[in-house]
Design a binder for this molecule. Sequence first.
Ligand code: NAI
Length: 703
Amino acid sequence: MSLYQVTDGVAVITLDRPPLNTLGLPLRRHLDNALFAAQSDSQVNAIVLKGAGRGFSAGGDITEFDQPDNDQEPSPRALHDHIEASHKPVVAALHGMALGGGLELALACHARVAHCATQVGLPEVHLGLVPGAGGTQRLPRLTGPEKALNMILSGRTFRADTLAGSGLFDAVTTDDVEAQAITLAATLATAGTISRTGKRPCNMDNAQAFFAYTRSTLRLQPGASTAPLDCVDCVEAATLKSFHRGQEQESNTFRNLRNSPQFEGLRHVFLAERKALTPPGKAQQVKPLPLNTTAVIGGGTMGTGIAMAMANAGIPVVLVERDDTALARALTTIRDHYEGSAKRGKLSAEKAAANTALISGATDYSAVSDCDLIIEAVFEDIAVKCQVFERLDAIAKPEAILATNTSMLDVNRIAQFTRRPQSVVGLHFFSPAHIMKLLEIVQGDLTSAKVMATVLTLGKKIGKTSVVSGVCEGFIGNRMLQPYLMQAGMLLDEGALPQQIDSAMEKWGMAMGPFRMCDMAGNDLGGKIREQHLSNHPQLVYSRCFIEVEAMGRFGQKVGRGWYDYIPGQRAPVPSEEVNSAVIAESARLGLQRRFISDEEIVGRLSLALVNEGARILEEGIAQRASDIDVVYTAGYGFPTWRGGPMFQAQQRGLVDVLTTMSRFANGPTYQKADDFWSPAPLLSRLAASGESLFNVQAPEAV
Ligand code: NAI
């Protein structure tokens, strides 16, 4: 392949590394060589950089970060400095996306032309990093420090046209980006003017106050990555130091963060989320079905949320309820939500109205006969599900996908209520469904490859983090939650109080401890799940405290009382005397001498309860990979992303240590009935003995 094509004295260098033009070493070498050649080519007066395929570049190659720096030449920084120093003008032509290192490459050019729909952003902070190739030094020089810092700290992507007046682009166009970039490059060459970003000043009024204020707004969890603060420091350095000194600071900060355990965890989750999108088995080879029209059956808590998740992505939905009253209530909930969002400025009034209009209502199932996808979200009762799926089977078009949002029921059994079990799949959304990121896609024994490929595409379109799960009670997430809660209950019986357990887990990084989480989900709902679980596994031990809290009518936040008391208008839970007394009384009833339990023991027992069940789930092929389990817990259950997920943690500490600790718990002062709780998953024992990793376990071929 030639290094570049010359058009009217302009060399067009193409970034061509499918699928996303990641700027790993091979592409950087190609660019560097092409630049040298173009600079010494007398036919060339100016240079344009453009991307082939879907976009300019999605950024650096994070799998490369483990290699020593001196094997990486040219480094991104060296390449960017090379571009900036070019004596022939270099213009970036941006389309599709210019993210992370891709945007930093464009920042080093002397001018930028973007197609209006290009997605641009610096997402490094989400990986526990600062932009490390000049981003914190060049962006503030183009847009001003405030705008730059907001972009860097948010880690968000923005459409280029929303940044049209920011100084980032020289032109934003709806036309041919490459042609415009060539024209601009030729004009700059003729004018003989080259604007080097690193040479621009970076001034700001009241800079000191601005940076101090921004630091004060950052809420960093103890132990979490310091990257947000480091981003502030680097952008501040752009206002205080020379470009060169600022770059030095940025490079050093980047290197330190890259070697931190927090980055390891965040990178693991970043890669795991992408891996989880690989369709299972044959679904990789099939084309997804079109999804133009959808329906949701049941307009309660979940149904309204699911309908809004669809509408937010521009997908029309028909919402079906049992009768006019229930339908009116559901549609009012939706309208109120969008109106409220518009009032709070979270959504423009037009967008709120457009989303509301995408959701229509019906009480007659004939309204869904032509839908491509129908998602059931009615009561969690197998008889009701049976009725609904028989009706859907009778009315839906042959190629329609029939999905269930059940939390605990058997998707295979639900599929058998139809004559097309191959079209039935579980789509397990989390509450509130329009906000929570996680989507468990439950693959029934007979679910077809086409259906799997289609719903995985849907997950992406509606902005969810999807993970495929096989059929079992509670799928991946809720199944692991049961031993976690059982262990939390044992800790209560042995000597801890709810607030101590929650505080230990939250200090460790969980978004919420187990009891606060139960209060949020509803202790009546938790009770139903527990009863069902116990009916299938009567040997299991749950603390009676769970039953007592429910019996006291302490159903959680929604009634202002649960494991905690909730004062109206205040968010913070207040420890409850009544609950704490009941916990202490339960220990006495069991004849247990309450003892001091350290935070370390609480965290160890709860996190290993997750790991042991996760290993069983992996061994049974319910999860395709250990990293999928980590995605479920980080995206859906508030597990700290920077810790990488429960399975990553287990692998990091070593499986032999995991087993030793579990055996110590089994032999410790826990009560007798719970002893076999800690019998290790056979997979853990096997891997610990062979020294293999959880992350090399291959699930049996599916579909
Ligand atoms: P809900 O009780 O709030 O809503 C159920 C709705 O279905 C009601 O509005 C009811 O009128 C309607 N409905 C009942 N039978 C119907 C029929 N034959 N045709 C049309 N509509 C009918 O229940 P929720 O919480 O929304 O749960 C729905 C499903 O989602 C259940 O299977 C549940 O297990 C599952 N789920 C619930 C989660 C939660 O946090 N609430 C989380 C994930 C899944």
